[in-house]
Design a protein around this ligand. Sequence first.
Ligand SMILES: [Cu+2]
Length: 169
Amino acid sequence: MNRLNWFKNFSRGYGVKILALICGLVVGISGFNFPAGANSGFVGDLSRQSLTEVQVSLGNFANELKFFPNHLEFEAGKRYKLVLKNPSNQKHYFTAKDFADVSWTQKVEVGKAEIKGAIHEVELKPGGELEWVFVPIRPGNYQLYCSIPGHQEAGMTGEILIQTSAIDT
Ligand SMILES: [Cu+2]
């Protein structure tokens, strides 16, 4: 057996097995998951950390004047995607100016558009939906309400709690 033939035999036999082993290693590494809780105490690029999704409904199919849920809790320094939906047949506002002031807005996504920069208030028409990606900064209790006349008085209010970051504790 000359060297070329030896190599060909090697390739057909062990070579394939070695290749499979390397692929297995790569899959194993890319499939690695950080242990639970590794995200708390995040000190890297805050705009790239994993997203926690929170959904809030402005009104409902029965046209109740409420936010569902009407109590929201976030942790300072974590990145969130707040999905706002209006399933009712009238327009509503998500107004939380003080909360917006102490949060960093990365973007607001509506349909095929992204809006970058600070926002204070959003209006959702019937059937409307948007995603607000932000990082809350300053802990505290903030007021939420719908600014359509009469809605706040009817109970369309809520509170947003920003809890102290796990980094500070
Ligand atoms: Cu409303």
